[in-house]
Write a protein that binds this ligand. Structure first.
Ligand code: B4P
Length: 191
């Protein structure tokens, strides 16, 4: 069964929303790099202070910081049998680093799920979240910058997984339940 999954897609496509339910269904932890950064930010840790300024500007946190954090998290016992990685990798260098972390243990990614959503809908969802949660990176100029970073750095990585035959694109439009069913079907194909 599919156990080592990366969840790709633009900011606001539903990665964080869907990762939790999908992880539960597969019996693995959901690991969100954005959530780990936000938790550190709220606790005022050194990692949080480093990440905070990049996040508020809509930029990626430097690779050396992010890669070390993910390596630590994947070494925890609960991730030994699998995981849903939400928001990582986010550029080609992180793909290489993730491959190396797994190869050390003779493992590899089983599946890359690309949540596809029109960028007009992405902006609308994030502006809606801004009113509910007040996240510092959900203002319109920062959302535009996050989308530009996504197009420049993150979009190309789907090609890397497609070349390995590991990429499945899933329509991110529709209700949260509809999208969850599509993702689940991609991980657990009908027999
Ligand atoms: P993330 O936390 O990953 O933020 P995100 O891309 O906006 O996705 P998120 O998971 O929060 O939103 P979702 O689509 O679920 O990253 C934040 C920042 O951290 C980055 O900008 C970067 O600075 C840093 N970072 C994270 N990972 C990094 C890495 N690997 N390398 C370097 N830096 C990194 O949901 C969005 C909204 O849509 C929600 O309000 C949700 O309720 C709503 N929604 C979801 N599904 C819906 C549906 N079907 N219909 C309607 N609304 C829906």
């Amino acid at each position: 069964m599919t156990k080592r999954v990366v969840l790709l897609g633009p900011p606001g496509s539903g990665k964080g929303t869907q990762a939790v339910g999908l992880a539960k269904a597969l019996g693995v932890p959901a690991i969100s790099t954005g959530a780990i950064f936000r938790d550190n930010l709220s606790r005022g840790t050194k990692l949080g202070k480093t990440a905070g300024s990049y996040m508020a500007a809509g930029q990626l946190v430097p690779d050396e910081v992010t890669n070390a954090m993910v390596a630590d998290r994947l070494a925890q016992p609960d991730a030994a049998d699998g995981f849903i990685l939400d928001g990582y990798p986010r550029n080609l260098e992180q793909v290489v680093e993730l491959d190396a972390m797994l190869a050390e243990r003779g493992l590899e990614i089983d599946l890359a799920l690309d949540l596809a959503l029109d960028h007009v809908l992405v902006v609308a969802r994030l502006l809606n979240r801004a009113q509910i949660e007040g996240r510092a990176d959900d203002t319109e100029p920062v959302i535009r910058e996050r989308l530009a970073v996504y197009r420049r750095s993150t979009e190309p990585i789907s090609g890397a997984y497609a070349a390995r035959g590991k990429l499945v694109s899933v329509d991110g439009d529709g209700t949260i339940e509809d999208v969850a069913l599509r993702l689940h079907a991609a991980c657990v194909p009908a027999t």
